[in-house]
Design a protein around this ligand. Structure first.
Ligand SMILES: CSC[C@H]1O[C@H](OP(=O)(O)O)[C@H](O)[C@@H]1O
Ligand SMILES: Nc1ncnc2[nH]cnc12
Length: 288
């Protein structure tokens, strides 16, 4: 089976260009409807699937995005390698608005979201010490380098609930933890991608200095949107540079992303809820 590239577009990225045979396809999943129809097409001979995280026209709040449906839809479309593009605030002087950063760690501060495909009657625990796929992250790095601009490799993303931006005390707290960037959507997306055994990488597009920076006032959403739009062309170019690097058959991920469910399910086979098995077959069918 050949690799299929998925891209989830964040604030400012609601479409991607250059796809052959492109079509917006509505779909449903056992976890409900994804944020929007999925845009499918081919780039450099590789199948691509794109989904705007907040829907076209930015209709869903970070807390009401149906992350489970989004990841289930990607899995159902055969996506093997998923790149998340996300607007973030910077928590460090060295990361300036306009820079990109490939995330490799998360601190999950969200609390009002469905965070797992598993549930009563089918319990599973996947490894998550390394929440992103190193191989796919490296590919994002080289694709970004080809496109130009400042790109940082590695950094910790604080996922906050929102939709309000942080208080000054919170922003200072996250800085004291050594975190690098802050956003509202990185979790549970990354967790669900791991449960669905999809290689996942996140390219954070820095739009502001949050509110801690002495030379910058509170986050101004107009400024964030302006920077997100200015970033969008570079984000599209990075996405267009992915297929030539990912062409070919799916092979086992050296970090085990595509086998994350091996040994993960705790519920005894004779105690598993048949309805849960049916519901989870679209994401975990390999082990059910
Ligand atoms: C427009 S600023 C707040 C908004 O931007 C980020 O969205 P995304 O990660 O989807 O690019 C942030 O997480 C908030 O949802
Ligand atoms: N400062 C910030 N905090 C949370 N999410 C963001 N998205 C973009 N900038 C952000």
């Amino acid at each position: 089976m050949d690799k299929v590239i998925g891209v989830i577009g964040g604030s400012g990225l609601y479409d991607i260009a250059g796809l052959e045979d492109r079509q917006w396809q509505s779909m449903d999943t056992p976890f409900g409807a994804p944020s929007d129809a999925l845009l499918t097409g081919w780039l450099d001979g590789v199948k691509m699937v794109f989904l705007p995280r907040h829907g076209r026209g930015h209709r869903h709040l970070p807390s009401t995005v149906n992350y489970r449906a989004n990841i289930a839809a990607m899995k159902m479309m055969g996506v093997t390698d998923l790149v998340a593009m996300s607007a973030v605030g910077s928590l460090k002087e060295a990361y300036a608005p306009g820079d990109f950063l490939v995330v490799d760690q998360y601190i999950d501060r969200t609390f009002a979201r469905e965070k797992s495909f598993f549930g009563t009657g089918l319990v599973g625990h996947v490894p998550f010490a390394h929440p992103t796929c190193p191989r796919l992250s490296e590919i994002c790095l080289t694709a970004g380098q080809e496109v130009g601009g400042t790109l940082h490799m590695g950094g910790t993303y604080v996922a906050m609930e929102g939709p309000q931006f942080s208080t000054l005390a919170e922003s200072r707290l996250y800085r004291s933890w050594g975190a690098d960037v802050i956003g509202m959507t990185g979790m549970p997306e990354a967790k669900l991608a791991r449960e669905a055994e999809i290689c996942y990488a996140c390219v954070a597009m820095i739009t502001d200095y949050d509110c801690w920076h002495p030379d910058h006032d509170a986050v101004d959403v107009a400024q964030v949107v302006a920077t997100a739009h200015a970033n969008a062309e570079r984000a599209r170019a990075l996405v267009a540079a992915l297929p030539s690097r990912l062409k070919g058959p799916q092979t086992d991920c050296a970090s085990g992303c595509n086998r994350a469910l091996d040994g993960a399910i705790m519920t005894a086979p004779d105690r598993r809820d048949p309805e849960m098995i049916e519901k989870l077959t679209c994401v975990a069918g390999r082990v059910l």
